[in-house]
Design a protein around this ligand. Structure first.
Ligand SMILES: NC(=O)c1ccc[n+]([C@@H]2O[C@H](COP(=O)([O-])OP(=O)(O)OC[C@H]3O[C@@H](n4cnc5c(N)ncnc54)[C@H](OP(=O)(O)O)[C@@H]3O)[C@@H](O)[C@H]2O)c1
Length: 269
């Protein structure tokens, strides 16, 4: 049954939690927005495009139309939230893309776009929060990374590199600001059943079957992310079994000649 704001919200006790989520027009971000709203939290959503249907379905959500690549736009948003003493207690930096950028030829544009959105899109939020760390109440900043960062995806090179760099950046921030109110956390997600583009069709069918075994639903992911956001742990790997899959892939890439390319047919001459 679809979420109906009027019907379902009457039953929900309101709480004071305020969460900002990027990329709520689909997939995990949308699932998270739904999850938090049903728990009575205040939600601020940052999306690159307007979706009137979504906005009418979630009338209590504050929607901001900002592309996460827009450094100035995000600085302005944080400034505005700070000026109104309305900085969210949790930021979930979820917006991301996955593109094939290295198939029969390498696309520098697609590679750059993946880094601009997946890596710089998250750092654009981290920078103005770090600049204010002394004045913040407890603020959790959560990056959504991927198990892809364990094993190179030769077709989606920008995705792999961006998620690896994102994970490493948040590991460093987490250590640097460990004893402050600004808590950096990161989530390493395995396959989640969303419409995000993947390079799956490039891999042998058996790989797709194996991948299905390791997939989780958006609802399960939202619950796991919520529980994690409340914990003191800096990092969540979810579902944990996906780590085993991607670590095995990494090992196979090191040990089996040709496996690295993951290609069914050789490059055309
Ligand atoms: N699904 C998985 O298996 C999986 C596994 C590991 C990690 N992840 C990560 O989880 C996150 C969400 O993925 P998903 O599966 O939910 O993908 P999705 O369904 O494609 O959702 C991505 C969201 O990000 C938004 N977005 C993309 N570029 C943006 C930009 N420049 N500015 C603002 N918003 C932007 C999209 O907006 P539009 O609707 O406008 O495109 C959409 O709302 C991503 O960071 C992804 O890498 C996913």
């Amino acid at each position: 049954m679809q979420f109906d704001y009027k019907r379902d919200m009457e039953m929900v006790p309101q709480n004071t939690e305020h969460v900002l989520i990027t990329g709520t027009t689909s997939g995990i971000g949308r699932g998270l927005m739904d999850f938090y709203i049903k728990r009575g939290a205040k939600v601020t959503a940052v999306n690159r495009r307007r979706d009137p249907d979504l906005e009418s379905r979630y009338p209590s959500v504050q929607f901001h139309m900002i592309d996460v690549q827009d450094t100035r736009g995000i600085e302005g948003l944080i400034e505005d939230l700070a000026a109104h003493k309305n900085i969210p207690s949790t930021f979930i930096l979820n917006a991301g893309i996955n593109k094939v950028d290295n198939d029969t030829s390498f696309s520098i544009e697609a590679f750059r776009e993946a880094l601009n959105i997946n890596l710089f899109g998250a750092l654009n939020f981290a920078a103005p929060l770090i600049a204010r760390w002394r004045e913040l109440a407890t603020t959790r900043v959560i990056a959504i990374s991927s198990t892809t960062n364990y094993a190179a995806n030769p077709f989606c090179l920008g995705y792999f590199i961006s998620k690896k760099a994102l994970t490493q950046s948040f590991e460093v921030f987490s250590e640097m600001y460990r004893n402050t109110n600004l808590q950096f956390k990161w989530v390493v997600l395995g396959p989640v059943l969303t419409p995000i583009a993947t390079s799956s069709q490039k891999f042998p069918k058996i790989m797709l079957k194996i991948k299905d075994l390791f997939s989780v639903s958006v609802e399960q992911t939202a619950q796991a992310l919520y529980d994690f956001s409340k914990s003191d742990r800096p990092c969540l790997i979810y579902p944990f079994r996906a780590r085993i899959l991607f670590r095995c892939l990494w090992l196979a890439q090191q040990l089996i000649p040709g496996f690295y390319r993951g290609r069914k047919t050789p490059l055309p001459k």
